[in-house]
Design a protein around this ligand. Structure first.
Ligand SMILES: NC(=O)c1ccc[n+]([C@@H]2O[C@H](COP(=O)([O-])OP(=O)(O)OC[C@H]3O[C@@H](n4cnc5c(N)ncnc54)[C@H](OP(=O)(O)O)[C@@H]3O)[C@@H](O)[C@H]2O)c1
Length: 164
């Protein structure tokens, strides 16, 4: 199961944040992900080789954000995606004993509707190819991992800034 639905929300400062914009992002990027997971979990449990892939973002990494101050204005998006990473960790730990693999991975900056088709992004197919190995892991594959091509994200985002 690949969970990828997300919205980017509006760019704003933390100190003057419009709470309704944050709430909208949390609703889709976190609550939607949790709700879909709990709804489909019974079906996944019936599968001999269940895999959950939460599509994350470089902007979900607190470590990465702390060293990239110019990008901190995507707070609706980043806070909701960071919370989704937190949920992913908890779910991965809980489902470990059942053999269900749960990971988070990011496609890297990709030219899609989410960022108004940012001209510096990868093509959608290239972004999807970054995610594919994480969707196709087998029983011996990793769980509770976060895969992010941080170097690529930094290069593109610092140079071009998000286009939200
Ligand atoms: N693009 C990037 O640079 C980038 C970088 C890092 C991570 N990501 C992640 O990649 C994932 C896919 O995004 P994308 O770039 O492919 O953007 P996208 O083309 O805008 O796709 C987002 C998808 O989410 C769906 N969606 C939005 N709100 C929804 C809702 N309330 N209920 C159900 N579905 C909803 C959209 O459906 P509709 O088309 O029907 O609106 C769309 O299919 C996201 O999780 C995003 O955070 C993207």
């Amino acid at each position: 199961m690949i969970l990828r639905a997300a919205i980017s929300g509006k760019t704003q400062n933390a100190s003057t944040a419009d709470v309704s914009a944050i709430r909208d992002c949390v609703e889709v990027n976190l609550i939607g992900l949790v709700q879909t997971t709990t709804t489909f979990l019974p079906l996944l449990r019936a599968s001999p080789q269940a895999v959950i892939l939460n599509v994350s973002s470089g902007l979900a990494s607190d470590t990465w954000l702390a060293s990239n101050a110019p990008l901190l204005q995507a707070i609706s998006y980043s806070t909701s995606k960071t919370a989704a990473n937190s949920y992913t960790i908890a779910l991965a730990q809980e489902l470990k004993k059942e053999g269900i693999k749960v990971n988070a991975a990011t496609p890297g900056v990709t030219s899609t509707k989410l960022n108004n088709y940012h001209p510096a992004g990868k093509k959608a197919r290239q972004g999807a190819e970054c995610l594919l190995p994480w969707a196709l892991i087998d029983k011996s594959g990793p769980t509770c991992e976060y895969c992010c091509d941080a170097l690529f994200e930094t290069f593109i985002l610092v140079l071009y800034r998000p286009n939200f």
